[in-house]
Design a protein around this ligand. Structure first.
Ligand code: FES
Length: 159
């Protein structure tokens, strides 16, 4: 399986990362085509709240999301990055989601070493039927990022 860069993956989806200069949060969400993307679709169809700050990158499996893509997203200015996978046992490519979960665990330990708050990264499982969970999780992550960003701005103003 070859690795794609973030910009290559972005070319395959209609929603680009917002690189505007406003103060809006930028959240990159890698969604598995078979589960979380369908869950997001259902959330939209049910008119559930989903943060407008989300830039969705649809992937065929969470196992496709190499850690370098996540780091590239942070380096490109993302305030937060999400990887949402099929539940264990439901991955269409057998163990892609489990590999993604292992990588996420390692990445959460690595991020602070790179100066990135690990709370700015989220890995979770969302099925196609879990529209409410998708709405709750993305909204909660967005709220968490707002708190983190406010703390960072306050810390910069003290220095
Ligand atoms: Fe959904 Fe692998 S097919 S995580």
């Amino acid at each position: 399986m070859s690795c794609q860069t973030l910009s290559q993956l972005q070319q395959s989806v209609p929603v680009p990362i917002d690189t505007g200069s406003d103060q809006k949060l930028k959240i990159v969400a890698f969604l598995c085509n078979w589960c979380s993307y369908a869950g997001a679709d259902k959330a939209g169809a049910n008119q559930l709240p989903v943060p407008a700050e989300l830039s969705v990158i649809r992937v065929m499996c969470s196992g496709r999301v190499e850690p370098t893509l996540i780091l590239e997203a942070f380096a490109s200015g993302a305030d937060g990055v999400m990887v949402l996978a099929c539940h264990p046992g439901d991955c269409h490519y057998k163990q892609g989601n489990l590999q993604a979960a292992c990588r996420a665990e390692l990445l959460e330990k690595l991020l602070p070493q790179l100066g990135v708050d690990a709370q700015r990264f989220c890995f979770d499982y969302i099925s196609a039927a879990e529209a409410e969970k998708f709405s709750r999780l993305t909204s909660g992550f967005c709220a968490r990022l707002q708190v983190i960003c406010k703390k960072q701005v306050a810390a910069k103003n003290i220095v």
